[in-house]
Design a protein around this ligand. Structure first.
Ligand code: TRP
Length: 326
């Protein structure tokens, strides 16, 4: 069985882009792969974040993922900082990657390139991510398009390390999901839905109430020609609504265009489908948040399992570079 690993930042309220683009695919991966999912709290420290908020959001991310259908009996869900090998391997990989490679990362350039006060961790972020992946001998890493460059770097680092020290790491592949991969901002359908850079009205959180969903979908930007048709470049707003409807109902989004004559009808169908798709998840979420001790126990067990794999890989790498065993 292939080993799959992915990570998600504990950035608070997940939105439909995270859910349809990533988390829902992870739920499926549990049945077809040996799956590891990591809440990357160390990565969250690369930007300013309040300690209390980070702590709360890390536990909350676990609740959301479990509510979405990750099942500790079928996957390993854990918190990055609970497995010290991530930080240990990062150093070995920082001594493998080069300044030039990291400087070319577009996410670094976007988030802080050029500023003197940028945290060193933001610069080395992709190396920690490489450690997350390589520690688990992951064959496949499901990520969004924006992480493709980091995956390429991971492959490069793994190849270089293996070339220098022997066959230590599995060189992973990125798997970019096919369906629902791109959920766009409802207010600016030419941009990906994003909590940090999107508009509040254009971003639907997966814990949004039915009223909020109706309000946001009703206000979604469309266009003026009044024809319901699938056309990503000429009609990005309508196309985004169709793709949300497709993702929420499991139907082919292009074929759905024929079923609606008016934007109002399409929007009504979209809100109804979203409310219905999210309701069970929201119920489950409330149960989990009522039992933080139970969620912590799941995370503890996850990190114990993860650490077994990660420590063995780290020792293999530490031996290979010549660190004396204690
Ligand atoms: N950088 C990823 C993001 O922001 C999160 C991440 C961290 C990750 N470590 C990972 C994703 C390992 C996949 C595998 O989306």
């Amino acid at each position: 069985m292939a080993r799959v690993l992915s990570g998600i930042q504990p950035s608070g309220d997940l939105h439909l882009g995270n859910y349809f683009g990533a988390v829902r695919n992870w739920v499926q991966d549990q049945d077809t792969a040996d799956a590891y999912f990591c809440i990357v709290d160390l990565h969250a420290l690369t930007l300013s974040i309040d300690p209390g908020v980070l702590r709360r959001q890390t536990l909350d991310a676990a609740c959301v993922l479990l509510a979405s259908g990750l099942d500790p009996a079928r996957c390993t869900l854990f918190v990055q900082s609970h497995v010290p090998a991530h930080q240990q391997l990062t150093w070995l990989l920082e001594c493998t990657a080069t300044m030039g490679e990291l400087r070319r990362m577009t996410q670094f350039k976007d988030k802080g390139g050029g500023q003197e006060s940028v945290r060193v961790g933001l610069f080395t972020y992709p190396v920690l991510m490489a450690a997350d992946i390589l520690l688990y001998d992951a064959d496949q890493v499901p990520v969004g398009d924006d992480q493709r460059q980091h995956l390429e770097l991971t492959r490069e680092i793994a190849g270089r390390f293996n070339h220098r020290y022997g066959d230590i790491f599995t060189v992973p592949q990125a798997t970019i999901p096919k369906v629902g991969a791109r959920v766009m901002d409802l207010q600016a359908p030419d941009r990906k839905m994003s909590k940090s850079s999107g508009s509040p009205l254009g971003t639907v959180g997966i814990m949004d109430s039915p009223d909020e969903i109706v309000r946001k979908v009703k206000k979604a930007v469309t266009d003026t020609d009044g024809v319901v048709a699938w056309d990503p470049s000429a009609k990005p707003g309508v196309t985004n609504l169709l793709s949300l409807l497709g993702a929420a109902t499991g139907q082919d989004p292009e074929a759905l265009a024929g079923s609606y004559d008016r934007y109002g009808d399409l929007k009504g169908a979209v809100s109804e489908a979203l409310i219905e798709a999210l309701a069970p998840l929201q119920d489950h979420y409330r149960e989990l948040t009522d039992d933080p001790g139970g969620v912590m126990a799941i995370l503890r067990e996850g990190s114990t399992r993860a650490a077994q794999v990660a420590e063995a890989t780290y020792l293999r790498a530490a031996d290979a570079v010549g660190l004396l065993r204690p």
